[in-house]
Design a protein around this ligand. Structure first.
Ligand code: 6SD
Length: 194
């Protein structure tokens, strides 16, 4: 199903740097994965190439600097990972700004596929194709600055979304409490005992 309450949420991450996501073995997210509350699979985009060089990029149409990620390779990877229930999340500096409210919305999605770009980004036909096919495609920015690729942004998204899932935080009151503030965030200094 697409929206769910209690059971495990699934994240599929597709990247040319799967090792980037080793930090998801740590802390609350690592524990939640061990407990089966979070189901996170990390995939190497190059597994969907079929040439000996395992090439994922090509020269940009019409010229320009750098390389663009190939739509055929991304199409093969996303056909396999989206299934019939995945929401496609694509980190990009030109995307909709990620907010706490949007994270709450995404925490109700049962299956999120994160497509991490490198180089000059993913060929624009990929998002267009999946939108046309009826997939919910979210192009998201984590802030108004330019990263080297989508991986760090995907980590931010997973951390912000996963901690809203029931059972991921040790203390569920800390999620409830933070929702009292004006913009949903803690806005006062905190102290341990003097
Ligand atoms: C080439 C990317 C993907 C490059 C990004 C996202 C945000 N908020 N800043 N930069 C980004 C995402 C940069 O692939």
């Amino acid at each position: 199903g697409r929206r769910r309450k209690g059971i495990a949420v699934r994240f599929d991450i597709v990247s040319v740097f799967p090792e980037f996501f080793a930090v998801l073995d740590l802390s609350l997210i690592g524990k939640a994965r061990e407990r089966g509350i979070l189901d996170i699979a990390v995939h190497d985009l190059r597994d969907w190439t079929d040439d000996p060089h395992r090439s994922v990029d090509d020269t940009p149409f019409g010229g320009g600097a750098g390389m663009v990620m190939r739509p055929d390779v991304w199409g093969a990877a996303l056909d396999d990972t989206l299934g019939d229930d995945g929401v496609l999340a694509v980190p990009t500096p030109s995307g909709t700004p990620l907010t706490q409210r949007m994270c709450e919305d995404l925490a109700a999605v049962g299956h999120i596929v994160l497509a991490c770009g490198r180089y000059e980004g993913i060929d624009a036909r990929v998002a267009e194709h999946y939108r046309d096919a009826g997939v919910e495609v979210r192009e998201l920015s984590i802030g108004d600055y330019v990263l080297g690729g989508g991986e760090a942004a995907a980590l931010v998204m997973i951390e912000a979304i996963a901690r809203l899932r029931p059972g991921v935080l040790g203390n569920p009151e800390s999620v409830i409490e933070e929702s009292h503030g004006e913009d949903g965030l803690l806005e006062y200094p905190v102290y341990t005992r003097p």
